[in-house]
Design a binder for this molecule. Structure first.
Ligand code: HEC
Length: 259
């Protein structure tokens, strides 16, 4: 009996050594898989890819009134668990050597002085929660606001590039939309927004890029759906529905967007 016990002990002991690396690998795998999903929810971080170019190598020009630059603060509200997974995933991407193009701007010292001042005055920073909301309208709000950044395109900006909160998600006409594209009003206004869409219609648009009239989305929305190569198309149905439920809960704003 004693002999049997020590055999069992030795087997268990060896078993621990062989299965620990497998366990660690599985955990790292889970983290990068989760990170890849967060990356998809962020539209494949499509702004860092020139369409049809090598993915993720940057160098895409975003003209804003100060020149061709891009200050950011919305991601500050991303949950720490999601951020950790996203970083683990980004570390798995193949390194590519490519210097980003020169910053084009008329503002002197834009990076060292201008951007910090701009963000100090206009930035709306959030404290990152440890965990992301798991379901419901709160999950939808979290994704729209801090991961998918729908407002970056769907909320118009004023002449110095600050989002107009009074027109939250109410669309931007061609003259002021990102890269000269008209961006539709996605508030629940029945006449100028998507108030007539069912929650399933919104989820279908996010995952498949098809509108209720069976037309396909184009331009920047197509880019974030397709991703690089992960994008909104990889969104789980329940997350797409959470986004839809959040969009249905925000105030309807009448704002007709010129195409
Ligand atoms: C990179 C810019 C960008 C981002 C980010 C973005 N959109 Fe869009 N979206 C667009 C553009 C441009 C269109 C118009 C596409 C078209 O009509 O072909 C559009 C179209 C739509 C439409 C169709 C509305 C209609 O009336 O036809 C919906 C709904 C929508 N977006 C929801 C979202 C949601 C929800 C998010 C975030 C999860 C999001 N979008 C993120 C740029 C963007």
């Amino acid at each position: 009996m004693r002999q049997l016990n020590s055999k069992v002990f030795i087997l268990l002991f060896l078993g621990c050594f062989t299965s620990v690396p497998a366990f660690v690998n599985a955990q790292t795998g889970d983290l990068t898989a989760k990170g890849q999903y967060i990356f998809a929810l962020a539209g494949g971080c499509a702004c860092h890819t020139v369409p049809k170019g090598t993915p993720h190598i940057g160098g895409r020009a975003f003209p804003i009134p100060f020149g061709t630059v891009m200050p950011y603060e919305k991601y500050s509200g991303m949950a720490q668990e999601d951020l950790k997974a996203l970083i683990a995933y980004l570390r798995t991407l193949k390194p590519v050597k490519k210097a980003p193009p020169e910053l084009k701007t008329w503002v002197p010292l834009v990076r060292s002085v201008g951007t910090p001042i701009f963000l100090k005055i206009f930035g709306r920073f959030n404290s990152a929660p440890a965990q992301a909301p798991k379901s419901g309208v709160e999950r939808g709000r979290y994704l729209v606001e801090h991961v998918s950044l729908c407002g970056d395109c769907h909320t118009p900006r004023n002449f110095i590039g600050v989002p107009k909160q009074s027109l939250y998600l109410a669309g931007a006409g061609k003259k002021i939309g990102p890269l000269g594209e008209a961006v539709p009003n996605i508030t629940p206004d029945k006449e100028t927004g998507i108030g007539e869409w069912k929650r399933e219609d919104i989820a279908e648009l996010l995952i498949a890029g098809t509108k209720p009239d069976l037309d396909n989305v184009q331009g920047l929305m197509y880019e974030v759906i397709q991703g690089t190569p992960h994008g909104f198309k990889d969104m789980k149905k329940e997350d797409a529905l959470a986004v839809a439920d959040y969009l249905k809960s925000i105030p309807a704003i009448k704002n007709k967007v010129d195409k």
